[in-house]
Every structure is written in C-alpha cells, then in structure tokens.
Design a protein around this ligand. Structure first.
Ligand code: CA
Length: 256
C-alpha cells in the first residue's frame, strides 16, 4: 500500500469512540491482520527522560541569544533537526531563516548547554516494557533521530540485551528524519518485518506521525507536557499517559 494513502485517515481517527484500537488500526491501514513481531522504539522522551534537559538547553540558548521563547514549546519541536528548530525561532523573531553559520553556532550553544547538565534518567516503566517485549520474543529496533552518542552508548547498561548493535537506526543511518516514515521503514527492513508486524513506540507528535505514515501500529506515550490530543492528532493508534501505564497495559493488548 502506498504510504500516502495513510495520511488522510489520520484526521478521521476517533479515539473516543471506544472502538478496539487494533480494529481501528486495521481499518485505517486496510491490512487484513496484525501480528506483532517487532517493536521499533524511539529514545529521547521514550527510553530516557531527556526531554526536560533538551527543553532547558534550548531555552537557555534562546535567552543567551536574546530570542524570545517559551521553554515548553521545545517539547513540541522534538524530532526536528536543530536547524529546523532554530528557523522556527528566527522566522518568528526576525522574519527570516537563520544562515547556515548562525544555525551551526546556535546549535553548538544548545548542545553544550545539554552536555553541561546532569545525566538523564531512564524513563520509569521502560525497562518493564522492554522485558515484556523480550519475553514475547519481539525483535527490538532503536529508532532515534538523535546523534547524542552519550545516551546511545548507555543503552547496553540501562537496557541490557534489548538492542543488538545492528538493530539501531540513528541520525547516521537516515537522510529523511521524522515525521517522514523513512526511519521506521528502515527499522522494519532491519527487523525483516512488514508494517502489520510492527509496533512503533513514540512520545512526540513528529515521531508519532512518522510511525503512522510507516503503516505500523503506533503507540504514543505522553511522558512530558505535550497534550494527549496532539498525540492523537498526529495519528496515534493508542495513547498512554505514562510509560508505566503503557508497560502495564500494552502487552495485554498486543499479546492477547
Ligand atoms: Ca522522542
């Protein structure tokens, strides 16, 4: 099925109807069945509680550059490239994009702010969910637009055995980032699965849109200040209010 066929139906999602999420997923995709074999999992804000640090680092960069910004707006931009986020600020403040030199310098400031912060914690509940996936023999693939090697290198310590070294899509493996479906389609290819065999786990609207457009069953977890309505609107097949709730409920839905 062509990917573009998935896009319009997102606006018809009716999360309040009480309809079974998998039934709704099958209707929106046109697939005949859903047999989850692989979990394709975002990192920032999903496996790690890193988004508050990112938002603080962005806000401090904007303050130091004299650019008006709200700290919480940066949660909504999660998944964008650094330059894209800087251009939002520039367009709003100066009515133009940043030059490549300005974007590079300001993103450097943001990155240094982030690196100066204390280490981030694993997201509570994520370990339980990954162990459930592994007990059900799901293939796990990390799918992040991040190039934060400090976090990626912690995965083996915090989530031992979850992500094989060749089961990771990072900023280095993809040219078209979220919300384009490419990162999740590449993850499916790595795992050797089809969309109807895939579960995407995300926390932010652009990531949810990427999962939705890939044709996977897309799970959104509200782990920060992003309103759940924004996650539904991005195309989530189901939304949980926390990773703990997701860990307690999602396996019952997937493996019933
Ligand atoms: Ca994320």
């Amino acid at each position: 099925m062509p990917i573009d066929n998935h896009i319009p139906s997102r606006f018809c999602a009716s999360p309040l109807s009480g309809e079974d999420p998998i039934t709704r997923y099958l209707r929106r995709t046109g697939y005949q069945r859903f047999e989850p074999l692989a979990a394709l999992i975002d990192m920032d804000g999903t496996l790690y509680d890193s988004m508050p640090h990112h938002a603080d680092a962005w806000k401090a960069m904007a303050d130091s550059a004299g650019i008006p910004a709200e700290r919480d707006e940066f949660f909504m931009y999660e998944g964008r490239t650094g330059a894209s986020t800087i251009n939002i600020l520039f367009q709003r403040t100066y009515g133009r994009d940043a030059t490549p030199e300005e974007a590079k310098e300001l993103y450097g400031v943001k990155s240094r702010n982030f690196q100066a912060m204390p280490p981030v914690d694993p997201m509570p509940g994520a370990d339980q969910l990954l162990r459930e996936f592994m007990e059900h023999h799901m293939r796990l693939v990390l799918v992040t637009g991040s190039g934060q090697s400090s976090l990626i290198s912690r995965l083996d310590h915090d989530y031992p055995g979850a992500f094989a070294p060749d089961m990771r899509i990072t900023a280095a493996n993809t040219t078209q980032g979220k919300p384009h479906p490419d990162p999740y389609l590449r993850a499916m290819a790595l795992a050797g699965v089809e969309p109807w065999q895939s579960v995407v786990l995300e926390n932010a609207p652009l990531g949810v849109e990427s999962g939705f457009r890939s044709g996977a069953f897309t799970v959104a977890v509200a782990t920060g200040p992003i309103p759940i309505e924004a996650l539904w609107a991005a195309g989530a097949d189901i939304v949980y209010n926390s990773m703990e709730q997701c860990a307690n409920s999602l396996p019952k839905l997937l493996f019933r």
